[in-house]
Design a binder for this molecule. Structure first.
Ligand code: GLU
Length: 446
């Protein structure tokens, strides 16, 4: 079988959010798993709303997620292709000019509804003679162009939704080219899918109705129809859809908040699938978990707070090598033993900064029972200290003072770290080291 060619086709009109990421990842990871090609196509035919700044940020976001595209194209560079396709459709009578204004169309729609008729376009444009058109153009009207749908039942086998069918006889002929000559999304997308030899169109289910129309356009242009997979969309816990315009859960925002790309990717891919939502550190493994036939058809509900839980779980297992560079950037790289000691207490990598301070100071010790701390200090084990020191010390303190359990551990923790919670002291104590420990136990900030 030939290798798949897939595409992620965002409009660069805002920062992409976690829902857009679901589309991007399903495409990119499917291509990766099957040894195919992942195309990033900027749908920027709306020149007024599309911005380079957003296109750049989308590239940055994909890179951060670890799914850099193999090919990047911009629709704004490809108008010649769309013009040529439009001419072909005109030549075979599938693209025809219409002159109605919005008000006229609205009036007709209301009239049809009042008569109990479906409000579909009556194809008045198709009935115009050359003379009619010349007259309308003399009046200063400019045409928009509609695609003449065949009144057939269009069917396809969707990888997510199974056998789908749409009766095109009940749809209005869609407008493909506006009065000012600009293209709506429908035609350029098909032209690019043909030209880039896209084999699988993997996109959100909000595009299902476009699909029947686009299948007819593929056929009218004499091209093979790709395979479609329409996955469910993400919605928030309160049932709201995500919006790029409203800046919902942008990838940039999640990155700035210190979340790991793998947490975001795991949630985006696994929510609404047959797999339990869990942190998957390796994108190749996440790719293996994709099964289009098991993506639920209902909208995939997720809670923003799940991201933090996933992130914490991911970090609790994160090897030092994976964290090292980030720790260095945060000035909190205190070595592997430090990372292994603290990672279980972190939700985000940057939380390590606080524990790095607890290890190397300054810490203001909290000492309530001075006599107890003195007694404990007297039985500190000899140096060098290692992972067994804490146990040996606390046994000795117990023997010397008769104190045990929380009453023993908590005053030592408060004196050594200034905090009543934190990573296991068995691991922290050798990192703090005898010099700082002694100073803190004697009440000095160190
Ligand atoms: N620009 C379209 C969107 O963002 C692309 C849809 C498609 O994948 O065909 O929804």
């Amino acid at each position: 079988m030939s290798k798949p060619i897939v595409r992620f086709a965002p409009s660069p009109t805002g920062h992409i959010h976690i829902g857009n990421t679901r589309v991007a990842l399903l495409n990119a990871l499917y291509a990766r798993r099957e040894g195919g090609t992942f195309v990033l196509r900027f749908d920027d035919t709306d020149v007024a709303r599309s911005k380079k700044e957003y296109a750049d940020s989308i590239e940055t976001d994909l890179k951060w997620l670890g799914i850099a595209p193999d090919v990047i194209v911009r629709q704004s560079d490809r108008f010649d292709l769309y013009d040529a396709a439009a001419e072909r459709l005109k030549a075979v009578g599938r693209l025809y000019p219409c002159y109605e204004t919005q008000e006229e169309l609205e009036f007709r729609r209301k009239r049809q509804l009042a008569r109990g008729l479906p409000p579909i376009y009556d194809r008045a444009g198709l009935k115009l003679t050359d003379e009619d058109r010349a007259k309308l153009e003399q009046e200063g009207r400019k045409p928009h162009w509609r695609f003449r749908l065949e009144p057939t039942n269009v069917t396809w086998d969707d990888l997510v939704r199974g056998h789908c069918h749409v009766d095109c006889g009940s749809l209005s002929d869609p407008v493909l080219v506006r009065e000012d000559g600009t293209y709506l999304y429908t035609l350029p997308s098909v032209v690019d899918d043909i030209e880039l030899k896209v084999t699988h169109v993997i996109r959100g289910e909000d595009h299902v109705t476009n699909t029947a129309v686009q299948i007819q356009i593929f056929e009218a242009l004499g091209a093979a129809v790709p395979t479609f997979a329409h996955h469910s969309l993400l919605i928030t816990a309160s049932g709201e859809g995500l919006s790029k315009r409203l800046g919902h859960l942008s990838i940039k925002g999640l990155r700035d908040a210190g979340l790991e790309p793998q947490s975001v990717a795991s949630l985006a891919v696994l929510v609404g699938s047959a797999e339990a939502v869990r942190p998957v550190a390796d994108l190749n493994e996440l790719a293996r978990l994709i099964d289009f036939s098991h993506i639920s058809r209902a909208p995939a509900k997720f809670d923003e707070s799940e991201l933090e839980h996933l992130n914490a779980r991911l970090i609790h297992e994160m090897p030092y090598e994976a964290a090292r560079e980030r720790l260095a950037q945060l000035d909190a790289d205190a070595g592997e033993a430090f990372w292994l000691a603290v990672r279980g207490n972190l939700t985000k990598v940057q939380d390590a900064v606080e524990w790095a301070r607890v290890v190397s100071g300054p810490v203001t010790p909290v000492i309530e029972d001075k006599a107890f701390i003195e007694a404990a200090t007297n039985v500190l084990p000899p140096t060098p200290w290692d992972a067994a020191t804490w146990k040996a010390w606390t046994e000795a303190v117990k023997t010397a003072t008769g104190v045990k359990g929380k009453a023993l551990f908590m005053p030592l923790r408060l004196a050594l770290t200034g905090l009543d919670h934190g990573p296991e002291l068995g691991a922290l104590l050798p990192l703090i080291g005898p010099e700082r420990a002694m100073a803190r136990l004697s009440g000095q900030a160190a």
